[in-house]
Write a protein that binds this ligand. Structure first.
Ligand code: HEM
Length: 509
């Protein structure tokens, strides 16, 4: 479990930066109750180091309060459990920031140091520098025309990977397959013909970083204690430097181009732009890949639901012409087949184990009776909030996609759904990722039967060291047999996208 500990280094490192300076030990009556530990002084910190983020979820289960405080020695952590307080956090977003975590990631996972890092950090307190500006300018590129263009390329790649399954013989590790298919589709759509991730060694370097991120985030002699991830980071950054030197970004997506331009105009060196793009892989891939795997797992392991989702698409979004060409209109899937998206959201709700982290800059009242103090850390664990009964009812623990179909109270549910984060830091890539997973699932459920070797879908253990992943990837293999469904064996498929239909009706926090 030592590895799990390292997860914490993300939080602890942040704390160290802010804590020692800002620590205020006195606990005030309006602050969430301070929970004592059986081991005085270091108990919570030691447990956090041992259990990682799971410690907050397990404490939350034991403590029947909407919020509580833990003295983590260096700093105070407020754990927010209730959707009502999440709404208050959103309303008070100006007194807190996610930026310190993003800057820290650029430093540790990207290797950006010195003036380049200062440029990203910007204004000392709130981190409104180039890092923040780069995220802000990329948001519009993940909507509208920019999204449409990426979706077109992404669809081509997903379809190619799926069609290759038709001739595949023997078993396949479905997680490995998702990893390759989604990595190629996502990055080709973003980086264009010179996409560095086309090279096997670049992909391997990225996954080396991803799988050992917790070690890199310790930022202690990474060349020694996180050697493979550190070498991966250097290789990936260098590959991006070559990409820019070859003008790859001039023939890429609006997203890749805008990120490069914003940083160039902001005074960043090309080497640091390349390093930041290596970090961007964490945003692009670390969630999309495991989410696609769990979406397959959760739907194919429920034959009744699978049949309903398949029938819905066949009825409302598929047509066959005189030549026998089967066309599936993904805009119709979006508009007339709500079950598939509902299944994906239910997977995201129940599988997400991220914790949205904010550093407090000002003393703030959340609602009328919850005081959070400057210099502290606010944590909103999605594994807890996503299962809260006040948002989802007393069957919150069970997998029921119906709760996302025409939900009566979107606002309450939004505060109980943290899988894409919390406003104003809601995931910028959610429509792109959703479109990609929905396209993949549509193709798979229409065309294939997927059966695990041994006949049972057995829940695999998860890799808690992949700390950038909201939905932890599985450890080990998930071998399955994939066969073309008799009903459509040998037919030709055409999947159609409609410009302007790239946004999905997601519930977001
Ligand atoms: C299923 C896939 C995905 C999931 C579950 C996911 C989840 C998240 C979460 C939990 C956050 C943190 C928000 C917070 O702290 O409140 C986030 C932020 C972010 N995500 Fe995603 N993400 C996914 C895919 C993507 C993709 C494909 C991209 C880019 C193409 C992307 C870009 C971003 C960016 C830029 C942010 C930072 C937003 C900000 O700081 O304002 N994400 N995402």
């Amino acid at each position: 479990m030592l590895d799990v500990t390292l997860i914490i280094s993300v939080g602890v490192a942040l704390l160290l930066g802010y804590v020692l300076v800002n620590r205020k030990n006195k606990h005030q009556p309006l602050e969430p109750p301070l929970i004592s530990s059986s081991i005085p002084v270091i108990g919570h910190l030691a447990a956090f180091i041992y259990y990682g983020l799971e410690y907050f979820a397990s404490q939350s289960a034991k403590i029947p309060l909407p919020a509580f405080s833990l003295d983590m020695l260096f700093n105070k952590v407020y754990v927010i459990k209730s959707p009502e307080l999440v709404s208050a956090v959103r309303r008070n977003h100006r007194s807190m920031s996610l930026e310190p975590l993003l800057t820290r990631t650029s430093e540790c996972a990207g290797g950006i140091t010195g003036p380049g890092l200062e440029l990203l950090r910007g204004k000392e307190s709130q981190g409104q520098g180039l890092g923040h500006h780069t995220v802000t300018t990329m948001r519009p590129t993940l909507l509208g025309q920019g999204l449409d263009e990426m979706n077109t390329k992404m669809m081509e790649c997903v379809q190619k990977s799926v069609q290759e399954l038709r001739t595949h013989r023997g078993t396949i590790d479905i997680y490995q397959w998702c990893t390759l298919a989604m990595t190629i589709a996502s990055t080709d759509a973003i980086y264009g013909p010179l996409n560095p991730y086309k090279q096997r060694k670049v992909r391997d370097s990225y996954w080396e970083i991803e799988n050992n991120l917790s070690y890199l985030m310790m930022d202690f002699a990474p060349w020694l204690i996180a050697r493979k991830a550190w070498k991966g980071r250097e290789y990936l950054s260098h590959a991006f430097l070559e990409y820019y030197e070859a003008d790859g970004h001039l023939n890429s997506s609006q997203l890749a181009y805008t990120r490069w331009k914003t940083q160039l105009d902001g005074g960043a060196r090309l080497e640091d732009i390349a390093r930041l793009e290596a970090v961007m892989g964490l945003g692009i891939l670390s969630n999309t890949v495991p989410s696609s795997y769990w979406a397959i797992f959760d739907l194919f392991s429920r034959p009744e639901l699978l049949k309903q989702a398949r029938d819905e698409i066949r009825q409302h979004a598929m047509s066959v012409n005189a030549e026998g060409l089967h066309t599936v209109d993904l805009a119709a899937v979006q508009e007339k087949c709500p079950l598939l998206l509902a299944c994906l959201q239910e997977t995201l709700r129940l599988r997400s184990n991220s914790a949205q982290l904010r550093v407090m800059f000002e003393d703030t009242m959340l609602g009328e009776s919850c005081l959070v103090k400057a210099g502290s850390i606010l944590l909103m664990p999605s594994a807890v909030i996503n299962r809260s009964e006040s948002a989802w009812g007393n069957d919150a623990e069970s997998f029921d996609p119906q709760r996302f179909i025409d939900p009566e109270d979107r606002r309450t549910k939004a505060s109980g759904f943290m899988s894409f984060g919390a406003s104003p830091h809601i995931c910028a890539g959610r429509h792109f990722a959703t479109g990609e997973i929905i396209a993949l699932m549509t193709m798979l459920i229409l065309q294939f039967d997927i059966c695990p070797v041994g006949g049972e879908w057995v829940e695999p253990p998860i890799n808690v060291n992949a700390v950038a992943a909201s939905l932890s990837p599985p450890i080990g293999q998930t071998p399955v047999n994939i066969s073309e469904r008799e009903e459509f064996k040998g037919v030709e498929w055409n999947y159609r996208l409609t410009p302007g239909k790239g946004r999905h009706g997601l519930i977001i926090g």
